[in-house]
Design a protein around this ligand. Structure first.
Ligand SMILES: [Zn+2]
Length: 269
């Protein structure tokens, strides 16, 4: 799936986590920003497609394959490999919490406490980051298998999960709009909570669940199977169809707006 929807899915998770915590505005914003970061982070393994990869990182690590080959291969540092695993989700979530805590104790002269104290104190941030990361992996599992056969969810096991091809790599404007809707509604709930006391977490969780169910419905309502493994013989055709399908789903006006928005972005969307 596209990087923007991945990142915003992280924000949506962040809004739920914030409602469960009783943190200050600053801490709440930090949870949302780091959840967004966790939602985007797995795709850092696409760096091998960077035009200067072979002359820089490839050279530094004495890699015998070109970045383009690495991207489609099944090395642990290839796309959809280690970075797309539950192990990476836990390591990066836990690592961020430990780093945050050590920075706080260094600069704010606040005692970090024991390891379990640190994890407990930052449990909302930790859960938000891990959940956002895993949601990214789930969003990728429903794209085509391509050369990987899904994502290496259970790394270091060799098995790849997903690759169902329920949706195309991008042109999933309907899913994007659902994610944006969840964020907007949840932010309204979070803002209201600052003026009226109520159980905001119940509302944010329900809104997230409704959004999730809507997205699932949309994913399974595609009237074409985008699945392929290895090379795709009709890539352009499937890509064009995925866009045409959005016109049917969204209607002329919204579709035109989304195409305009898509055109403003530098990334595949
Ligand atoms: Zn990904």
């Amino acid at each position: 799936m596209d990087i923007l929807t991945h990142t915003l899915s992280g924000v949506a998770i962040g809004t739920v986590a914030v409602a469960f915590s009783d943190k200050s505005l600053k801490e709440s914003l930090l949870i949302m920003v780091l959840a967004a970061f966790a939602g985007a982070l797995p795709d850092v393994d696409a760096i091998s497609l960077w035009s200067h990869f072979d002359g820089t990182l490839g050279k530094l690590f004495h890699l015998s394959h070109s970045g383009r080959d690495i991207y489609s291969a099944k090395f642990w540092y290839s796309h959809h490999a280690f970075m797309h695993s539950i192990l990476a989700a836990i390591l990066f979530g836990g690592g961020t919490v430990l780093l945050k805590s050590s920075l706080e104790s260094k600069f704010c002269k606040r005692s970090a406490g024991s390891f379990s104290d640190v994890l407990w104190r930052n449990r909302h941030l930790l859960m938000a980051m891990i959940a956002a990361y895993i949601l990214h992996l789930a969003e990728d599992m429903i794209t085509p298998a391509a050369s990987w056969g899904g994502v290496n969810f259970f790394f270091p096991m060799k098995h790849y999960t997903g690759g169902t091809g329920d949706i195309w790599w991008w042109n999933n404007y309907d899913i994007f709009l659902i994610v944006v809707g969840v964020i907007l509604f949840n932010i309204m709930v979070l803002v209201s909570q600052r003026f009226v006391r109520f159980s905001a977490h119940k509302f944010t969780l329900t809104i997230f669940a409704v959004g999730f169910a809507l997205a699932l419905f949309q994913i399974h309502s595609r009237d074409i199977d985008y699945a392929y493994s290895g090379q795709c013989n009709n890539y352009q055709e499937l890509e064009a169809y995925s866009k045409a399908q959005q016109k049917e789903i969204l209607g002329d006006k919204t579709f035109r707006f989304m195409v305009w928005f898509d055109g403003k972005l530098k990334v595949y969307f």
